[in-house]
Each structure stands twice: as structure tokens, then as C-alpha cells.
Design a protein around this ligand. Sequence first.
Ligand code: CTP
Ligand code: MG
Length: 237
Amino acid sequence: SRTAAVIPAAGRGVRLGPGAPKALRALGGTPMLIHAVRAMAASRAVSLVVVVAPPDGASEVKNLIDGHALPERTDYVVVPGGATRQESVKLGLDAVPDDISVVLVHDAARPLVPVDTVDAVIEAVRDGAPAVVPALPLADTVKEVEPGEPGVPEPVLSTPVRARLRAVQTPQGFDRETLVRAHGSVAVDGEGATDDAGMVERLGSTVVVVPGHEEAFKVTRPLDLVLAEAVLARRRA
Ligand code: CTP
Ligand code: MG
């Protein structure tokens, strides 16, 4: 069973602040996207990487990846992305050939995910789960609120039991047909779905969780870049 990894990298990175598209920002001197591609290619099971580039940046991204070494066994293609993550993933999925049976979807913004996590996700799909997400227990208690005007305190609606909650990461792994079905049946609404497994849940298919990893955190805000640089420096020490 061949495995492909789709890497949505078409976002602007608004929460990170002004600058280049987030996936092209440097981490330890190398663009975040290159780290993410290498993290997928590190798994011996992954034979194809589909990078979803900013809509007007596909050729730039292709040149960038051409200039960085990948394992011999790894093919890659670059396709232009869309206005939401959901659309970008769908465009990437459209470029996955028919002989692929397992698809990973991995955020370019999670450049440091360890290969053991990638392999654990793939293994769980191969063992029969239609959808697999790596996830970790939460450190913070979470409250559901009624969102209001900025500056006005928000009423709390409920406090879910923390021990039952998980923060989900990527790569999420799917039986290819299940993911194609999900993306074909869930319309893009507003910002679109931020989680592919959630779309599979809406179909009524089973989604299971495997242990995630602290180093699979998403680079979202400026402080996350500080942490990512520190993790890289520790690896290189
Ligand atoms: N993504 C994408 N296409 C979009 C929006 C997001 O491919 N239209 C990708 C991002 O490049 C990122 C992943 O989805 O790798 C997770 O999204 P997020 O962390 O929200 O990144 P951005 O959307 O770039 O950041 P922000 O929301 O702060 O603008
Ligand atoms: Mg976003």
C-alpha cells in the first residue's frame, strides 16, 4: 500500500505577523516548508509528497524544493492552493494518483514532527482505521464561551472535563477513499474546516487518536518561532 503526504502550505501566516508566507519563513536558516517536506520524506513508507503552494507561488516553491536534498525514494509535486486550508487540501488531494491507498495531511506549519509520530499514524491506518489523528492531552483547562464584542467579558457556557480532551496535531492519516469522500461531500463554509478528521467524523466514519508529540506543535504566533528555533538548536547540539 503506497502512501502520499499532502502538505498544505498556502496560508499567509497572518497570526505570525508581517513577512513572507509562513511556510517560506526561515527556521534555523531553512524554510519551514523544507523542514516539513523532509519530516514526511523521513518516513520510509512515504513515496510521494504533494506540496500545496500559495496560489501565485507554485513555481517559486517548486524551485525551492528542487534546491534542497530529499531522499532518493521520495517524489514530489507542487500544486497551487486555495483561499482556505480545506480548499488547499482538496487541491492537493486531486493531485494524488490512484495507486496511493494511504494519504497523510500535514501542515507545513508543523515543521518539526518526529518520524516516529509519522510512522505511528501510517501504521494505524494500515491496521484498518479509516482516519487517524495524533493528539496530546491538554495542559490548560478549556472553557466554552459565548463570543462577544472585543473588550467585553465573555460569559462561560461550560467547562468540558479536561481529561477527556485532546489537542490534535498533524500528520493526520486516512484511507484515501475516505478522505476523498469527505472532501467531496463537505462544502467550504466561511473559513472552511481546519481539521480533516472532523470532516470524516461528519460522514459517520470512525476516527481514532494515537499519541502525538510535543515537537509536532504548530508554528502559529511569534513565540512559537522562538520555541521552534530552540528545538532545532537542541537537535543540532
Ligand atoms: N493553509 C493552506 N491554505 C490556506 C490556509 C492555510 O494551505 N488557504 C495551510 C497553512 O499554510 C498551514 C496549515 O494550512 O501550513 C495550517 O494553517 P494555519 O496554521 O492557520 O496557517 P496560516 O493560515 O498560514 O496562518 P494564519 O491563520 O495565522 O493566517
Ligand atoms: Mg489559518
